[in-house]
Design a protein around this ligand. Sequence first.
Ligand code: 5GP
Length: 185
Amino acid sequence: MTGPSGAGKGTLIELVLPRFPELAPAVSATTREQRPGEEDGVHYWFLDRDEFDRRVDAGEFLEYVDFVGNRYGTLRSEIDRLRESGKAPLLELETEGAKRVKRRVEGAVTVFVTAPVDELERRLRDRATESSGVIDDRLSVARKQLDEVTDFDYVVENDDRTRAAEALAAIVAEHLGSPATMARP
Ligand code: 5GP
C-alpha cells in the first residue's frame, strides 16, 4: 500500500485487516521519533541512525528510503517472519519503496491510495504531530507523489472511507492465495 501522507492508508488498513486473517502488517523500521501512542515493534521498529545504517550495510533491508529527514525501511526478517507463520505480508510504504518492492518481490501487488490535495492538507494539519515545517515538507512530497499514481497496479480514491475500504478489500480478496516470492540480491 502506498500513497501520500494523509491519504488514509493506515485507516484503510485498519478497516480491512480484520476481514483477512491470512494478511499481516509488516512492521517497518524508522529513525523518526516515536509519536505518542506508538509502540516499538508494533507501529515501527524505532532505530537510531547508526543502528539503521549498520543494518543497511549488513544487507538486512529489502528496501529503504530517506523521507522528510528520516529513514524508513522494510526488514527482510520481518517479511520472512510473516511468511514462515503462513501470512501474506501487508506493507505500507511511500512511493519509491513501493516501486522497489514491486521490482524485487515477484507477485507483489501495489495499491496507491489517494485523496484530493485539500483533503490531504487538512488531514496532515489535523494530525498535527509534526511541526508545521515538516507538515509543509510532507505536503510538497505528497503533491509530487500524486503524479506517480500510474506506476502502481491499483488506485483507491479515499474520498469516502467505507467505499474505499470495500474497494481495497476486493483487491485483497482477488490476490490472496497467490503468494509472492522475494528475490534475493
Ligand atoms: P510516517 O512518518 O507518517 O509514519 O510515515 C511517513 C511515510 O513513510 C509514509 O508514507 C509511510 O508509508 C512511509 N513508510 C513507512 N514505512 C516505510 C518503509 O518501510 N519503507 C518505505 N519506503 N516507506 C515507509
